[in-house]
Design a protein around this ligand. Structure first.
Ligand code: UGA
Length: 433
C-alpha cells in the first residue's frame, strides 16, 4: 500500500516507520527541511527506543522517504494520514489550523480515490470540517473518504504501543475505507473498534482525561496521606487490586506533564462548554495538577521559610523517563518558581537538550548526579530515571550541605534515606522525616 504521512512529529514518525516496517511504500512529509534532511540521513529527530535502527533499516530498504513536497506525496499515495500538531490556545480551544492546511493541500491533489485518515487529536466535528473542505473545493465525493483514527501511543513506548496497542479506533461509515484501513493495520496485534467519527474523536479525549483524573485523584489522596501518617504506596496497591479500578496510573507524585494530558484535558473542557457540558471533574483534575507540580516548592517553603540564596539540585527534567521531552514537565514550573524566589538552580538530566538551555539560560547544567548535588541545600527528584533508583544515597548526602531530599516521584524509601545520612526527607504521601 502507498501511504503518505503528513507531519513527522512524534506520532507521524512512529506511524510512518511502523507502516514501513511492514513493507508499505511510505512517504513522510514535513515542512521543516532540516528535519526532512536529517531523517533521510537516518538520524532520528526524537529520542525513542528502537526508532533509530528501524529508521536506518527502512531507509536502506527504501520503504520510506522523507520529503517536503506534499503535493507529489499525496498524488502518489492511496492512503493519507494527517498527523500534524493540534496545540491548545490560551482560551483552551484547539488550534486545528495545521489540519485545515493539510486538508487544503490534499484537496488540490486528489485525482483518484484516497482514504484520508485523521490521526491528530482533534475536537469532535473535525472529521466533518475536513470533509466539507474537500466538498467545497469541488473534490468528487466518490474520490475520498475521511476516517477518524486517534492515536493512543505513549512517549517512551511509542513503537510498541503503535504496533501492539490495547486498541485501535476506526471512526468511519464507509465500508470501502474500512477495507483499506483493515489492510494497513492487518499485521498489527491490536483490537480494532469500529464506530462513527464523532465517537472516535471523543474516545481519545475521554481516555486522556480519565487517566489524568486518576493521577490527580491519587495525588490528592497522597497529600492527605502525608498529613495523617498513611502510606500512599500501600493505598494505591490496595486500590489497584480491585480490577474495576486497575493498578495503572495510581503512582502519586508531582503531577502529570507532557504534550498530551495538559493540552487534552483543557481541550475537553473547552469542547464540552461549546455543547453546554460543564466537565467539572476534568476542571478539578487540571487545578489539582497545577498545584501538585509545585508541591516541592510548598514543602521547601515550609522547611526553610525563605528560599532566597539556597542552592537547589533538580534531578530529572523530562516529564517522564524514556523520553527527551520537556513539554509541560513539572520540573519547569518548579525551576521557574524557585528562581523567582531567589534560589540558585543546578540540574541534571542525561537526555535534555538545548531547548532547556534556551528556556532557562541562567541555571547550571551538570553532567552527573554528584556534580549537581555538590554543595546543594536540597535535591528534588522530578523524574523517575533509572539512574536515580540506583544512585548511592550516602555519597549524595555527603556531598550536600545539611542534606534535604524531596522525592517527587516516590522512588527512594524513607528508611534508606534516613540510613544514608539525609537530615530531612519528604515524599509525596510516602513518609517524611
Ligand atoms: C499519554 C497517554 O498515556 C497515551 O495513551 C496517549 O496516546 C498520549 O498521552 C497522547 O495523547 O498522545 P504520554 O503523554 O506519552 O501518553 O505519557 P504517560 O505515560 O501517559 O504519562 C503522562 C504523565 O503522567 C507523565 O508526566 C507521568 O509522569 C504522569 N503519571 C503517569 C503520573 O504522575 N502517575 C502515574 O501513575 C502515571
Amino acid at each position: 500500500m502507498k501511504i503518505c504521512v503528513i507531519g513527522a512529529g512524534y506520532v507521524g514518525l512512529v506511524a510512518a516507520l511502523s507502516f514501513a516496517k511492514y513493507k508499505n511504500d511510505v512517504i513522510c512529509v514535513d515542512k521543516d527541511v532540516n528535519k526532512v534532511n536529517q531523517l533521510n540521513k537516518g538520524i532520528p529527530t526524537i529520542y525513542e527506543e528502537g526508532l533509530e535502527p528501524l529508521l536506518k533499516k527502512c531507509l536502506e530498504k527504501k520503504y520510506i522517504l522523507f520529503t517536503n513536497n506534499i503535493r507529489t506525496a499525496i498524488s502518489l499515495s492511496d492512503v493519507i494520514m494527517i498527523t500534524v500538531g493540534t496545540p491548545t490556545n490560551p482560551d483552551w480551544s484547539v488550534d486545528i489550523s495545521q489540519v485545515i492546511d493539510a486538508a487544503n493541500e490534499i484537496s488540490i491533489s486528489i485525482d483518484k480515490y484516497k482514504v484520508i485518515i485523521i490521526k491528530s487529536t482533534v475536537p469532535v466535528g473535525t472529521h466533518e470540517t475536513v470533509k466539507n473542505i474537500f466538498i467545497n473545493r469541488g473534490v468528487n465525493e466518490n474520490n475520498f473518504d475521511v476516517v477518524s483514527n486517534p492515536e493512543f501511543l505513549r512517549e517512551g513506548r511509542a513503537l510498541n504501543d503503535f504496533l501492539n496497542g490495547d486498541r485501535m479506533v476506526i471512526g468511519s461509515n464507509s465500508k470501502k475505507a474500512i477495507r483499506i484501513i483493515n489492510k494497513i493495520y492487518g499485521p498489527f496485534k491490536t483490537k480494532i473498534i469500529y464506530t462513527n467519527p464523532p465517537t472516535a474523536e471523543l474516545i481519545k479525549y475521554a481516555s486522556n482525561a480519565l487517566l489524568a483524573t486518576k493521577i490527580s485523584f491519587i495525588n490528592e489522596m497522597a497529600n492527605l496521606c502525608s498529613k495523617v501518617d498513611a502510606n500512599i504506596e500501600t493505598l494505591s496497591y490496595g486500590l489497584g487490586l480491585d480490577k474495576r479500578i486497575s493498578k495503572e496510573f495510581l503512582n502519586a507524585g508531582i503531577g502529570y506533564g507532557g504534550s498530551c494530558f495538559p493540552k487534552d484535558t483543557k481541550a475537553l473542557v473547552n469542547i464540552g462548554e461549546k455543547y453546554g457540558c460543564e466537565f467539572n471533574i476534568v476542571r478539578s483534575t487540571i487545578k489539582v495538577n497545577e498545584n501538585q507540580r509545585l508541591k516541592p516548592v510548598e514543602i521547601l517553603l515550609d522547611h526553610y521559610n525563605k528560599i532566597e540564596g539556597k542552592t537547589i539540585a533538580i534531578l530529572g527534567l523530562t516529564f517522564k523517563p524514556g523520553t527527551d521531552d520537556i513539554r509541560d514537565a513539572p520540573s519547569l514550573y518548579i525551576i521557574d518558581e524557585l528562581l523567582s524566589m531567589g534560589a540558585k538552580i543546578k540540574c541534571y538530566d542525561p537526555t535534555v537538550s538545548k531547548e532547556m538551555e534556551t528556556l532557562f539560560p541562567n541555571i547550571t547544567y551538570c553532567n552527573s548526579i554528584i556534580e549537581t548535588v555538590k554543595d546543594s541545600h536540597c535535591a528534588i527528584i522530578c523524574t523517575e530515571l533509572d539512574e536515580f533508583y540506583k544512585m548511592d544515597l550516602k555519597i549524595i548526602a555527603e556531598n550536600m550541605k545539611k542534606p534535604v531530599l524531596i522525592d517527587g516521584r516516590n522512588i527512594i524509601r524513607m528508611k534508606k534515606a534516613k540510613k544514608s545520612g539525609f537530615s530531612h526527607y519528604y515524599s509525596i504521601g510516602n513518609g517524611s522525616f
